[in-house]
Design a protein around this ligand. Structure first.
Ligand SMILES: Cc1cc2nc3c(=O)[nH]c(=O)nc-3n(C[C@H](O)[C@H](O)[C@H](O)COP(=O)(O)OP(=O)(O)OC[C@H]3O[C@@H](n4cnc5c(N)ncnc54)[C@H](O)[C@@H]3O)c2cc1C
Length: 424
């Protein structure tokens, strides 16, 4: 329970306006995001900055040193909040809780309970509402339209902790929302389309799978002291807008190495802009959908741009002081680094609507509505109707921005009997 939030670094940075609007030019009103929606999400997650008393602890020499490295590079630190319960981190320091955050174990899960993962926040709140039943260890493998009336039949394997199938179960739904992460949501739809169980889906589903420009690097043998172990989650981001091709950013994340190996290297997530996109395609031999990302290591945009940045970073923070063997960046895909270190896989096409092609969105509509949808212009596939704002273009061809409240506004939810409102 909790999906990727169990392994996240618990960083909750807010993107800069120029980066957000570059990637989602028509999706949202950034000031509204900043004033309404980010604060709402932050409140639900209970985020806060790394407190000064914890920053002073010996395990946190790493974040303090990172500020020195940043200063040598000539950039300013940008601080952000973390979804961490710092009182539990204090209990880790005092020996009353198992050491987890203070030894940088964020990506392994945090067994002290300090991480505010979604099983402790959003999902717990949903359960408390009394309207949601969560069914862990259920893996959906079949979705098809319900025969007798509009709706869907969903079939899942119930697995035990060894991964064995105990039984299969089915559930019926009037409305179905898929939230299996960007890859698995796309995979299930591509498979359902190819197998004919949901034949009316858009042919564009599976297009536009992006890596978010993520690039993971380690800086080996840093000259600054990052501690015997590196207390987490990490610290301070820098932006580099002076490189020729694209803006870049870099953040320090604690490296989960046991003492004394904490001094051996630091880990950093670099992020850049890229238009490179892969596809999720049905493989007829295995009867499953697979990711095709046809950009070889080294020559793709992300590797090229980020390698130039971390090379410059090494030059400016170590080599120019006569220490070329310190802080040497390593980013080979062979160990899951460089452009293989995708933390934030993104599906669909970059059209800013959440739709798949800017005309006909991927929402699963019920078969009975097909005739109306065909009239709306989604003739070949019977897809859902285009979002209105996509259809209205300005004279220069750009898409007018829609208020975020309109993007996020949901129709008044129908209260369904508990048996039909279950979450798989
Ligand atoms: C190492 C790492 C560090 C990260 N650090 C950060 C960070 O510091 N800050 C940040 O904002 N983001 C971070 N991210 C990204 C973040 O984890 C994701 O963006 C986020 O978890 C996506 O949420 P989601 O609900 O879309 O999907 P997920 O969290 O992937 O949840 C999808 C869920 O669906 C389930 N599922 C999949 N297939 C099926 C199926 N067939 N049937 C039933 N259930 C299914 C999965 O088991 C999972 O529980 C990090 C990611 C990684 C990998």
């Amino acid at each position: 329970m909790g999906g990727g939030s169990l392994v996240v670094g618990s960083f909750t940075p807010v993107p800069r306006r120029q980066d957000f609007e570059h990637i989602f030019p028509a999706a949202a009103n950034y000031p509204e995001l900043l004033s309404v929606y980010y604060p709402r999400a932050k409140k639900a997650l209970g985020v806060s900055p790394l407190p000064a008393d914890i920053l002073r602890h010996p395990n946190y020499v790493g974040p303090r040193s990172w500020l020195n490295v940043i200063a040598r590079y000539g950039a300013s630190p940008h601080f952000f909040d973390f979804a961490i319960d710092w009182d539990i981190v204090r209990a880790e320091i005092a020996g009353r809780k198992r050491p987890s955050v203070i030894v940088g174990e964020l990506s392994y899960g945090v067994n002290s309970g300090a991480k505010k993962s979604t099983d402790r926040t959003y999902l717990a709140a949903a359960e408390r509402s009394g309207n949601v039943t969560i069914k862990p260890m259920h893996e959906v493998f079949d979705i098809r339209p319900r025969a007798r009336r509009a709706g869907f039949v969903v079939t899942a394997r119930v697995r035990d902790e060894q991964g064995r199938t105990i039984r299969t179960v089915t559930a019926e739904a009037d409305h179905l929302f898929l939230a299996a992460g960007s890859f698995h949501t796309t995979r299930m739809l591509v498979e359902a389309r190819a197998k004919g169980t949901l034949p009316q889906l858009s042919p564009h589903i599976g297009n536009g799978f992006g890596t978010n420009g993520d690039f993971l690097t380690i800086r080996t043998n840093p000259s600054d002291d990052f501690g015997l172990v590196q207390g987490g989650p990490g610290y301070a981001r820098i932006y580099e807008d002076r490189l020729s091709e694209t803006p870049m950013s870099m953040v320090y994340q604690a490296t989960p190495l046991p003492a004394p190996l904490g001094k051996a290297g630091t880990t950093h997530l670099v992020q850049t802009h890229t238009d490179e996109r892969g596809t999720v395609d049905f493989d007829h031999a295995s009867r499953t959908a697979k990711l095709n990302y046809p950009y070889p290591e080294g020559s793709n945009d992300v590797d090229r741009q980020a390698a130039a940045f971390v090379g410059k970073f090494h030059q400016r923070t170590e080599a120019r002081y006569g220490r070329p063997a310190n802080g040497v960046p390593i980013y080979t895909r062979a160990v899951g680094f460089g452009s293989a270190g995708t933390y934030h896989g993104l599906g669909w096409r970059r059209d800013g609507t959440g739709g798949v092609d800017g005309r006909c969105g991927p929402r699963l509509r019920q078969p009975l509505r097909r005739r109306r949808l065909v009239r709306a212009g989604c003739r070949r596939t019977g897809e859902s109707r285009p979002d209105d704002h996509r259809a209205r273009r300005t004279d220069d061809g750009s898409v007018p921005r829609r208020p975020l409240s309109a993007v996020l506004r949901q129709p008044r939810p129908r209260v369904m009997p508990a048996a039909r409102a279950r979450v798989l």
